[in-house]
Write a protein that binds this ligand. Structure first.
Ligand SMILES: Cc1cc2nc3c(=O)[nH]c(=O)nc-3n(C[C@H](O)[C@H](O)[C@H](O)COP(=O)(O)OP(=O)(O)OC[C@H]3O[C@@H](n4cnc5c(N)ncnc54)[C@H](O)[C@@H]3O)c2cc1C
Length: 377
């Protein structure tokens, strides 16, 4: 079905803003994307993130809808990555992830398995591994892990390369990006420091910068370490179950590893605390002693944008869509959320996840322009 082409202004060039701009440009709309930060996206939570697409791991701590949207993401990301056709390096890896616990914490692993079974309702997509099987898959891990859970249906993205690839795609498709430009929004209008810009539709993707549109929005502090070492190789994300803190290590290109992440109910963006740094690095060392000579190349802090129920939401008013609350699941939820936003922008029918995503829609027609159909929910 062909849709009327619209001029669309998007505030926020983080994960959602870049993806929505790209999808809408591909549909033939004209798009201007604004961000208060620089072009490489370093201010976005999505830049700091580990880039895991982990529906099984997240199922145990989230609503069922998050799990379902995550399964959708596993289908959608490979297509999107193919369309981006990045020449840089592979953006998407689908090798699963491995969950382990030290022998003294084995009950944590058992509990995780039970929770996973309860949350997903089946045993599909994950399996127990024996110690030799762990060694065969990840020979550089410490040999003290007696058993582990392989979560086969999980993937991860090279999120920083994805950001760059999206930037290239936006330019190639004729999108206009305005960086270092803080904006405010109202129906059909984006206020920039050099004056207001009028659009057929405005989409608010400002993450933590969107409290004016989502007053209950809160930031959840996350800290990560990034290390580099040539002394070991991991083929997939590894999660360590521990009674006090949980840690993951995600392999990145050029022998880099992202270790994360703390989850602290605070909007403090100050640098990583000594305690967090010690906990993350000592847990890392117990995963594989070869990490001891790794070089710490980055310590980053950012805020996950969360709503009270920790689920994502889309709200719609006249010529203004707001989308937020992706919390700790940005890459996991983005395909479902982005597809719904694109459908609403074009006035198409609801997508598979519309009911879970729409919080409040009011429809006020301020002129005789044909307005997208929006669903109350
Ligand atoms: C440590 C950490 C690890 C994470 N790991 C994962 C993971 O492994 N998997 C996963 O699925 N999710 C993960 N996440 C969550 C994920 O990063 C977020 O859910 C996601 O980035 C939210 O996307 P967003 O587009 O809403 O916000 P963001 O990515 O934060 O983008 C918002 C953008 O809006 C811009 N902006 C804000 N205010 C204004 C303004 N007034 N004017 C102009 N621009 C503005 C900002 O500069 C920013 O670029 C992690 C998050 C953190 C912090």
């Amino acid at each position: 079905m062909s849709h009327a082409k619209q001029s669309i202004g998007i505030a926020g060039a983080g994960l959602l803003g870049r993806l929505i701009a790209w999808r809408l440009l591909r549909q033939g709309h004209s798009v201007v994307l604004f961000d208060r930060g620089p072009e490489n996206g370093t201010q976005a939570a999505a830049w700091t993130a580990a880039g895991m697409v982990a529906p099984l791991s997240e199922a145990v701590v989230s609503d069922r809808s998050v799990y379902e949207m995550g399964r959708y993401a596993l289908r959608q990301w490979p297509h999107w990555v193919k369309q981006l056709a990045s020449n840089r390096r592979p953006l998407w890896q689908f090798n699963g992830s491995l969950v382990v616990a030290h022998p003294q914490d084995d009950t944590e692993l058992t509990q995780f398995y039970r929770d996973l079974h309860h949350a997903t309702g089946d045993t599909h997509g994950y399996q127990w591994l024996t110690r030799p099987a762990i060694r065969a898959l990840e020979p550089d891990l410490s040999d003290q892990f007696q058993r582990g859970l392989l979560l086969e249906n999980e993937g991860h993205l090279d999120n920083r390369a994805l950001f760059a690839a999206l930037g290239d795609a936006l330019r190639e498709l004729g999108g206009h990006c305005v960086f270092d430009c803080e904006v405010e929004l109202e129906s059909g209008l984006i206020h920039t420091p050099s004056g207001p810009r009028r659009f057929d539709q405005v989409i608010d993707c400002r993450g933590m910068g969107a409290k004016s549109g989502f007053p209950e929005l809160r930031g959840v502090r996350g800290e990560i370490l990034q290390v580099q070492t040539r002394d070991l190789t991991l083929s997939r994300p590894i999660r360590l179950m521990h009674p006090r803190y949980q840690l993951y290590v995600v392999p990145k290109p050029d022998h880099h590893f992202v270790i994360g992440a703390t989850q602290i109910e605070s909007e403090d963006r100050s640098p990583m605390s000594l305690q967090s740094s010690l906990e993350l690095s000592s847990a890392l060392y117990t995963l594989a002693p070869a990490f001891s000579e790794a070089r710490i190349v980055e310590q980053s802090v950012n805020l996950r944008p969360a709503l009270p129920d920790n689920n994502p939401r889309i709200t719609s008013e006249d010529r203004l869509l707001r989308v937020n609350g992706l919390f700790r699941h940005g890459y996991l939820l983005a395909p479902a959320v982005v597809d719904q936003v694109v459908a609403m922008t074009e006035g198409s029918a609801d997508t598979e996840f519309a009911h879970s995503l729409l919080m409040h829609c009011s429809r006020k027609t301020s002129d005789d322009r044909s307005q997208p159909q929006q669903r109350a929910g």
